[in-house]
Design a protein. Structure first.
Length: 191
């Protein structure tokens, strides 16, 4: 499998096209950062197949479980304390990790078959808009497109906002980015 060999894969998610590598491989994560032109120190989130897989990599508290029951799979990224298992470059020098369980049979099957988290950053150069077609992925990477090992083309994806990003690493619940799941939705579940 391409991911197990350190390859880079473009794949459809429930929001936009994602750029995936094996999140346990330091070399693959470094390759991802280089390809995206992403600044070191800026974290990359991962997709997991479900809460059982997530628990191997992050610490789930009751708030995380409530949000997961209400919104996952779906467009929600939970930032949680990590367990020290994944590639260090993903964590931006910290001890937290953003996890997603996309509402995508493809992504869930992919992560189940690979058996480890897969990066879930958008398939574009840093600073470019999120891609909703392979043409947009190609335009963003232009001459670097051939460095991508596998492209899974599901056609044009609906223009869905990036996932809602919620930091649960403290006693406070911090919404870092409001996406399809609103602040009110989050507060309602946690109240």
């Amino acid at each position: 499998m391409v991911l197990r060999r350190g390859g880079v894969v473009v794949f459809p998610t429930d929001t936009c096209y994602g750029l995936g590598v094996d999140a346990t491989s330091d070399a693959a994560v470094e390759r991802l950062y280089e390809l995206k032109g992403r600044k070191r120190g800026k974290p990359v989130h991962v997709a997991v197949s479900g809460l059982a897989m997530a628990e191997r990599y992050v610490m789930l508290d009751e708030r995380a479980r409530k949000l997961a029951r209400a919104f996952l799979p779906g467009p929600l990224t939970l930032v949680l304390k990590e367990r020290g298992v994944l590639a260090r470059a993903l964590l931006s020098g910290g001890e937290t990790l953003g996890i997603r369980i996309p509402d995508s049979d493809f992504v869930q099957t992919l992560t189940e078959r690979v058996g480890v988290p897969v990066t879930a950053t958008s398939a574009n150069k840093s600073g470019d808009p999120a891609p909703y077609s392979i043409g947009e992925v190609h335009a963003s990477f232009s001459e670097d497109f051939e460095r991508i090992d596998l492209v899974v083309d599901a056609g044009a994806l609906p223009h869905t906002a990036p996932s809602t990003l919620v930091d649960l690493t403290d006693n406070q619940v911090v919404i870092l980015r409001e996406g399809p799941i609103s602040r009110a939705d989050i507060e309602s579940v946690l109240s």
